[in-house]
Design a binder for this molecule. Structure first.
Ligand SMILES: [Zn+2]
Length: 202
């Protein structure tokens, strides 16, 4: 019953978000049904994540390439005065797809949690502070975090962390309008909802 390869592969899939043991096994069986070329191509593409994908040293998004900075950060026509803080890569991808924001980004890499204090270490909070301190051109920091306990806790932390700069530099901190609220909504919001949330930020 406990075939080592099948169990091991299933455990890999279980590491992915939202995948339980049952779904993981289904993936293994479905993969086995594919032809050999598919499986080899799948495996070698996964390996490319190590050699051909990087995390931008400036906005912390993940992108294909081995440069220090991503194409958005290297684009001189982006508006440096606005910095949009997002929880994760999928949020940024949706923002770019809808093309309603021409400023710069910063990906936190998650949210603070009252139940999991160790999570704080994984977030790029120190890097965020440094980015804003080092970039005088930034006039407005826009927080696009979910309206959950975790989002509120993170928002409060960032506002406190930047307090000195808001006073010293007149830095403005705004929040996206509450049409966008709980959980994963930013990732899935359509163009009108996003546009509305931007126009109603405060
Ligand atoms: Zn970047």
């Amino acid at each position: 019953m406990n075939d080592p390869v099948i169990s091991k592969l299933a455990l890999f899939f279980q590491k992915l978000p939202g995948i339980g043991p049952r779904q993981a096994k289904r993936f293994v069986y479905a993969l086995f049904e594919q032809d050999e070329r598919f499986i080899k191509d799948f495996a070698s593409t996964i390996l490319k994540l190590v050699d051909e994908v990087s995390r931008c040293k400036r906005c912390f998004r993940i992108f294909s390439g081995k440069a220090k900075y991503c194409a958005i950060c290297e684009n001189p026509s982006r508006d440096e005065s606005k910095l949009l803080i997002l929880e994760k890569d999928a949020d940024l991808e949706n923002m770019e797809k809808n093309g309603i924001f021409n400023g710069s980004y910063f990906i936190l890499g998650g949210l603070l949690s009252p139940l999991k204090p160790e999570r704080k270490e994984r977030l790029h909070l120190g890097d965020l502070k440094k980015r804003i301190e080092d970039t005088n051109a930034i006039k407005e920091v826009i927080l696009a975090l979910s309206a959950t306990t975790e989002g509120d806790m993170t928002r409060h932390f960032i506002e406190t962390m930047l307090e000195g700069l808001t006073k010293k530099r007149g830095l403005k901190i705004t929040n996206l309008g509450r049409g966008l609220s709980t959980g994963t909504e930013l990732e899935y919001s359509d163009r009108d909802t996003l546009k509305n949330a931007f126009e109603n930020r405060k």
